[in-house]
Design a binder for this molecule. Structure first.
Ligand SMILES: [Zn+2]
Length: 372
């Protein structure tokens, strides 16, 4: 894709262009940021610029044969690596056509989106040791077109220890004209040995004005709506799109949230265990989305109580629920709820045992909901 198709980040684009034009390309880079900030689109824009035969001062041309090949994700010197469900395919090659289709549809997606797209059973994908082998094999091939060989590794934090270790040597001494771009959400989940061998490129949140302009121009939102969504999602396009679109997911989260509040309010321990069991069996990504949704609902409840409907942005069904529920969220317990659910999100990201975590969460909710 061209840089112009990547939302916002004008300064960073300039830096990347300068890096290519001054031929100061670092051979192992780690693009850090949330998927919704545009980490993958930025990497694709950068690679297309690097390969373009007719570079403009501010973007790739989009028309030369190299640009076209990158756009179709079929450039022979551009390789992809990403997490796969091992029983579907233990290497990225086995899912490359799904990968192309996904990016073609919309390059702004996260691990949860990818899981849903590739596996109806929504199992957890990883970058396993067979894939690391594959990466090394590909990088030892000769460059087809005589220039750079590029390896994009998406969601590099999903590499397990043994596959990461396999890559260390090649990161240290990459074969000539190799460019590694690893992408990850946060440094915390990456091995220190990988961090120390890569140059970090941070992709910050999308600026409010840029995101709002995108929602107005590309998604036909009114100025008020666009500004309000942009303000709420902290510069994250994927979250913005969730507000606009995926009602199915929102419905499921709402039901789960209502159920949690109900069983905890009634102090029904068996139902609480059932609830924890249910969400505990879902993917980590699903659990994270749910916890964020819950945080959103607590904030909306408080807003409803204190601002009398002004500023509230919820669907009709959510508004119906909040009508009765909001009074349970007050100054006495809001901080407890926000902390508990943010902590849970933090620990899920760091591979806490989900069944234990959600069981504890239920008991905390039971305590706090009676504190209102
Ligand atoms: Zn071009």
């Amino acid at each position: 894709m061209r840089f112009s198709e990547v939302i916002g980040h004008s300064e960073l684009k300039k830096d990347l262009i300068k890096e290519v034009n001054q031929e100061k390309i670092s051979h192992a880079q780690l693009f850090l940021g949330k998927p919704g900030h545009g980490v993958l689109p930025m990497a694709l824009g950068f690679v297309q610029y690097l390969f373009c035969d007719n570079k403009q001062t501010d973007d790739s041309c989009g028309e030369c044969p190299s640009c076209r090949k990158v756009q179709k994700l079929q450039h022979p010197d551009l390789h992809f690596s990403f997490p796969t469900v091992q029983s579907i395919s233990n290497t990225a090659d086995g899912l490359i056509s799904e990968w192309r289709e996904m990016i073609d549809e919309n390059p702004y997606f996260d691990l949860n989106g990818w899981i849903k797209f590739m596996d109806p059973k929504e199992r957890r994908p990883i970058i396993g040791k067979d894939e690391s082998q594959e990466i090394i094999k590909k990088l030892n091939l000769r460059s087809y077109e005589g220039g750079f060989k590029v390896m994009l590794i998406w969601m590099a934090e999903e590499m397990n220890q043994s596959s990461a270790n396999k890559l260390l040597k090649v990161l240290e001494e990459p074969p000539g004209n190799t460019l590694f771009i690893l992408m990850a959400e946060s440094e915390d989940l990456m091995l220190q040995t990988i961090l120390s061998r890569t140059q970090k490129v941070r992709i910050p949140r999308i600026k409010l004005d840029d995101l709002s302009a995108y929602l107005r121009e590309q998604k036909n939102q009114s100025t008020g709506n666009a500004d309000s969504i942009a303000a709420r999602v902290d510069g994250d396009l994927i979250e913005a799109m969730e507000f606009l679109g995926d009602h199915h997911e929102q419905d499921e989260n709402r039901e789960r949230f209502i159920q949690l509040m109900r069983v905890c309010y009634k102090k029904n321990v068996l139902d609480m265990m059932d609830w924890a069991e249910g969400i505990g069996g879902k993917s980590r990504e699903f659990q994270k989305v749910f916890l964020k949704y819950a945080l959103h609902m607590f904030r909306q409840s408080l807003l409803k109580n204190y601002t009398d409907d002004i500023l509230i942005r919820v669907s009709e069904e959510e508004a119906d629920f909040l009508e009765k529920f909001a009074r349970f969220i007050t100054g006495n317990n809001i901080q407890n709820f926000l902390e508990t659910f943010s902590d849970a999100h933090y620990h899920i990201e760091r591979n806490a045992n989900p069944k234990i975590l959600f069981t504890q969460l239920c008991f905390e909710v039971m305590r706090y909901i009676h504190k209102a």
